[in-house]
Design a protein around this ligand. Structure first.
Ligand code: NAD
Length: 302
């Protein structure tokens, strides 16, 4: 497994860039790669890191690779297919891939088997806390994988997160993350609906939020999203609607795959899928509240 000194960081987006910056601050050498080469270049210029567009070069130089990509599909693509599969072919045996994206746990297990056949380890380590906690290195990280591989990558993860949880075998981190985001998406949708109903009856949504935040209806959504991003009209959390809709679907599909009835999951999955289809996946996820409200009021008027 060997000492990890140089890390290939793949996906320098809203989350990846501040997370990679934490690694550099923690003393690791970083080599950045992104499909959007300008993102990797500007990260490297700002943080005394290297950028590359050549996955073979990244594989030769790095002891570990971190992926922070939209879905498990891109993770598999970068590790095994892109540039003729150059990354997996050039990493040394025993190198570890750490997937910090929010990916599908069943796909993660399949990817782990494919990497193991090439002498590579995979650890899943998705995160929670959003862009602000990515910036200050205080993410919650849910880690799944072989215990030796997990022990080897924990010092790396500790640069990016302050709460590290070992939640089980490979894929368990991704399952935990999808279930967390299912709950977050459910409470956001419920809070948005409560505000729509309350406003229509004559309640002031800002006052409603204050009441909820000191009452049993409070949630991350009421404390951090409704006033700050929905009522203010700023819609600027940095977490895309398409990504949250994807996470809720991963949780609902997981229940299906293992034969567990999850009626709330299906309902919430349909609500977020409808908002994504209407608004587009790149919008901030908090815009879903405005979409649902418009739809509810239109339906009420019909
Ligand atoms: P993002 O869209 O801002 O960044 C993704 C980056 O990946 C982009 O720079 C894009 O160019 C790059 N990319 C896409 N396909 C690629 C490929 N095939 N090869 C190389 N690079 C590629 O997304 P984000 O908000 O940083 O989210 C990344 C992951 O983290 C997602 O799985 C998301 O669900 C999860 N997540 C996001 C947040 C958040 O608040 N934004 C919080 C927790 C977890």
């Amino acid at each position: 497994m060997g000492r990890i000194e140089c890390i290939g960081f793949i996906g320098l987006g809203n989350m990846g860039a501040p997370m990679a910056a934490s690694l550099v601050r923690g003393g690791y050498k970083a080599m950045a790669f992104d499909l959007d080469a300008d993102r990797a270049r500007s990260f490297a210029a700002e943080h005394r890191a290297q950028a590359t567009t050549d996955l073979a070069e990244l594989g030769r130089h790095c002891d570990a690779v971190i992926t922070m990509l939209p879905t498990g599909r891109e993770v598999r693509d970068v590790l095994l297919q892109m540039q003729g599969g150059a990354l997996a072919a050039n990493l040394r045996k025993g190198a570890i891939a750490i997937d910090m994206s929010s990916a599908d746990p069943v796909g993660t297990r399949a990817l782990g088997a494919d990497l193991a056949a090439r002498g590579l380890d995979l650890v899943d380590a998705p995160v929670s806390g959003g862009v602000p906690r990515a910036k200050d290195g205080s993410l919650a990280i849910m880690i799944g994988g072989d215990p030796d591989a997990v022990a080897a990558v924990k010092p790396v993860l500790a640069c990016m997160g302050s709460k590290l949880f070992e939640v089980g075998s490979l894929g368990c981190g991704h399952a935990m993350k999808a279930l967390n985001n299912f709950l977050a998406a459910t409470s956001f949708a419920a809070a948005a609906e409560a505000v729509t109903v309350g406003r229509s009856f004559g309640l002031d949504p800002a006052v409603m939020t204050d009441v909820l935040n000191v009452s049993t209806g409070r949630s991350f959504a009421t404390e951090n999203l409704i006033k700050q991003h929905v009522l203010s009209g700023s819609f600027a959390t940095g977490f895309a609607l398409g990504l949250l809709a994807k996470d809720v679907k991963i949780a609902a599909d997981l229940a299906d795959q293992i034969g567990v009835e999850a009626p709330v999951g299906r309902l919430v999955c349909a609500l977020w899928g409808d908002a994504r289809d209407a608004l587009g996946g790149t919008q901030d996820h908090t815009r879903a509240a405005a979409h649902w409200e418009k739809k509810a009021l239109r339906e009420a008027a019909e």
